[in-house]
Ligand binder design. Structure first.
Ligand code: NAD
Ligand code: WQD
Length: 358
């Protein structure tokens, strides 16, 4: 028996596609929505191939309330939504701020409107990002959910900060709304089937797609941006999380939102959203491994895991990069019963296996 119908926006994207698989395998019916702004149409067939059955999909732009509204009219039995649909390139957002604010904010406003307007229970899991913390002070590492949010430097980061504000204000205003905001650290890797994975357009900006493309000979060498940071080997430190582990956290978040019927009193440990937290219908979780890995450690880890040589050169620092950030994921472990535990070698090998199919 189905555990209920979940709407996934941005379902054909990198994290959305992996979450689609995990939600279906956990017993949910999923209706995927995407406008293929940053994904390929055949992802839908690939999901169906992994699952071994047909899937429900609606092509729509979430920033167009008419088109998005039709999805709700057709699937009036939706019991929850996971909202991935957004533009996500930090650099591009500096050049095209209006694109980012329009797409990321309007899509979210439409989702909240359509979910809450009939007065039915509205459960939303939101894709937030560790970018909301900005450059954390050393005393806040590993970074927990109650760390201060610093003003983001990019429109992308600001759109995530604004989205959290909008959602937390909406929780206060709409008693039928419950929200779980998930702050992802650095998602990497691909599904073990190698049927879905990350599909960067053009030259990849993120480390792992650049690594796999370099290993495949598409790029000449990897530039390691900076080896003079105040870290053990001088390169930047991040918390790289396997996308399948990340996808599984969404299942736990949906389980929690649907399961927690009484608005259980919660410990108010989020100084940023105290009023929303008091409702018992607002929660925020860091999704990371709890372990920081440097760029150079990742590069050498990749060579060890795959046996493939990776030419790299030390290059100047990349403007705007944060020196080091990794998660304190204990709240998610405590309250969602979730932990990211796939070994990094396996994760890097999955990224390579996916690259080889492209
Ligand atoms: P992605 O670009 O692969 O997926 C996003 C999907 O949303 C794409 O398929 C795109 O076509 C779709 N989309 C965009 N605008 C849409 C709209 N208006 N209507 C319908 N579909 C639309 O990105 P991803 O890496 O899977 O990221 C998913 C979410 O997670 C985003 O909200 C992103 O900001 C967030 N996030 C990503 C990372 C990361 O490093 N990948 C880290 C933190 C947070
Ligand atoms: C990781 C490390 C680079 C490429 C971004 C967004 C953030 C979040 C996650 C969405 C850094 C180094 C990279 C290369 C390199 N996304 N690097 N050579 O910058 O941590 O975060 O993705 O919410 O908001 O900013 O990820 O993969 O770009 O970089 O040396 O060719 O790899 O300097 O230290 P980042 P990244």
């Amino acid at each position: 028996m189905s555990k209920g119908k979940i709407l996934l926006t941005g379902a054909a994207g990198y994290i959305g596609s992996h979450t689609w698989v995990e939600l279906c395998q956990a017993g949910y019916d999923v209706v995927g929505v995407d406008n293929f702004y940053n994904s390929e149409r055949d992802v839908v067939e690939r999901i169906s191939k992994i699952l071994g059955h047909e899937v429900m999909f609606e092509e729509a732009d979430c920033s167009d309330i008419q088109a998005f509204g039709k999805v709700f009219a057709k699937h009036s039995d939706i019991v929850g939504a996971v909202h991935f649909a957004a533009c996500k390139a930090v650099g591009e957002s500096i050049d095209k701020p209006l694109l980012y604010y329009r797409n990321n904010i309007v899509s979210l406003l439409n989702l909240i409107t359509l979910m809450t307007e009939k007065g039915k229970k509205a459960n939303i899991v939101f894709s937030s990002s560790c970018t909301v913390y900005g450059q954390p002070d050393k005393e806040h590492l590993p970074i927990a959910e109650n760390a201060p949010l610093k003003r983001s430097l990019s429109p992308y980061g600001k759109s995530k900060q604004m989205a959290e504000e909008i959602l937390s204000d909406s929780v206060i205003a709409y008693p039928n709304l419950k929200v779980c905001a998930l702050r992802y650290f650095n998602p990497i890797g691909a599904h073990p089937s190698a049927l879905i994975g990350e599909l960067p357009r053009g030259v990849p900006q993120n480390l792992v797609p650049f690594v796999t493309q370099t290993a495949a000979g598409i790029r000449d060498h990897l530039s390691v941006f900076g080896d003079d940071y105040n870290t053990p080997d001088g390169s930047c430190i991040r918390d790289y999380i396997y996308v399948v582990d990340l996808a599984k956290a969404h299942v736990k978040a949906i389980d929690k939102l649907l399961g927690d019927d009484a608005n259980a009193p919660v410990a108010i440990d989020e100084p940023t959203y105290v009023e929303a937290a008091k409702t018992g219908r607002w929660s925020v979780y860091n999704l990371g491994t709890g372990k920081g890995l440097s760029v150079l450690e990742l590069v050498h880890g990749f060579m060890k895991a795959t046996g493939v040589d990776l030419p790299y050169q030390i290059a100047p620092r990349r403007q705007g990069d944060i020196e080091q950030v990794w998660a304190d994921p204990r709240k998610a472990e405590r309250e969602l019963g979730w932990r990211a535990d796939t070994p990094i070698e396996e994760v890097l090998l999955s990224a390579w296996n996916w690259q080889k199919t492209l």
